[in-house]
Design a protein around this ligand. Structure first.
Ligand SMILES: C[S@@+](CC[C@H](N)C(=O)[O-])C[C@H]1O[C@@H](n2cnc3c(N)ncnc32)[C@H](O)[C@@H]1O
Length: 313
């Protein structure tokens, strides 16, 4: 069978199974099964698939038709122009999460502008935290943008941290990102082992916990009551700990915001991703003297997606 025919059959197979983005999915699976580049796929559309390639491709199509996400079959997803390894142990990075990185860059630049210091383009002397790092996509994107910043990537899941660390090392940022297993900020509070090792070089707060210039988090924010309405690719294949924030979804934000206030330097920035309906529950958490300059950024679909705020001085 030639490549053109295989692609046509693959699209039809996925369309019959009501797979979203069927053309793209068939193309990605064919690329994966044949280890070809996209250009070669289309410029050599008459080439015959080998028996092994054909078997691998149709097996992948069967799995995709049964609901397995394309990214779990290819083992990768692009984020911030970088290729991340993904598996069922981590959330597949979503395009809307790139807004979190954009808002972080904007807020730090604005802060520099206001303070009339020259802009810190490299992140020299800055400490960032990515709470709930998953695949490590946000921590790595920040490391790429700020080549001298030190970053702490925290997650409650040790399986996720192993993948995040592999991603950081493969992409060349492993030396500036520390990976810690932590329930919210617990691993950084109260002078535990990681703290003791880092206290020499890092700013510490009055209770001797680490203080950051920026905390970024895309926490689990889906409500368990919404589970039945989720796409099967998400509900049946992505880790529950990465999806659900509680029965309603927004339950984790209260502790996250309180603990972030205790872990930011004065004028430090907090940037949070929101669920499509989280704003009403999350915005009131910032009605406290701890916070100023609160801002909400919509995503491309118009949902209030990112909330950012500054720790008062
Ligand atoms: C929505 S995923 C975000 C993953 C990644 N940052 C991204 O944007 O693609 C949420 C992550 O938070 C982690 N998590 C859930 N509860 C946590 C907690 N209490 N403390 C730390 N991490 C937690 C999950 O394991 C998961 O990796």
């Amino acid at each position: 069978m030639d490549i053109r025919t295989a692609l046509k059959l693959g699209i039809a197979r996925l369309r019959n199974a009501h797979v979203p983005s069927d053309t793209l999915a068939a193309e990605l699976l064919l690329l994966h099964a044949t280890s070809r580049s996209r250009t070669s796929l289309y410029s050599h559309a008459e080439d015959a698939l080998s028996e092994a390639e054909s078997q691998a491709y149709f097996r992948l199509l069967d799995e995709r038709a049964a609901g397995v996400p394309t990214q779990h079959l290819t083992g990768k997803q692009e984020f911030w122009g970088l290729q991340f390894e993904v598996s069922p142990e981590v959330l597949i990075p979503r395009p809307e999460t790139e807004h979190l990185v954009e808002v972080s860059l904007d807020r730090l630049a604005l802060r520099d502008l206001r303070s009339k210091h020259s802009q810190n383009m490299t992140g020299e002397g800055w400490f960032f935290a990515d709470l709930g790092t998953g695949s490590g996509c946000i921590a790595v994107a920040l490391a790429k943008e700020f080549p001298a910043a030190q970053i702490y990537a925290l997650d409650i899941s040790s399986a996720a941290l192993r993948i995040a660390e592999r991603n950081a090392n493969r992409l060349g940022f492993g030396d500036r990102i520390r990976f810690l297993e932590s329930d919210l900020f617990s691993a950084l509070s109260g002078g535990g082992p990681p703290h003791a090792a880092l206290a020499q070089r890092s700013p510490v707060g009055p209770d001797r916990s680490l203080l950051f210039d920026l905390i970024v988090s895309n926490p689990p924010y889906i409500g368990r009551h919404e589970a039945a309405a989720l796409a099967r690719e998400v509900r049946d294949h992505e880790p529950e700990i990465a999806l659900y924030g509680g029965e309603e979804g927004y339950e984790l934000y209260a502790d996250l915001v309180t603990q972030s206030a205790a872990h930011l330097k004065p004028a430090g920035v907090l940037v949070l991703e929101l669920g499509h309906d989280s704003l009403a529950a999350v915005r009131p958490l910032f009605d406290s003297p701890d916070w100023t300059a609160i801002d909400v950024t919509p995503d491309l679909a118009g949902f209030p997606r990112v909330l950012s705020a500054e720790r008062t001085s």
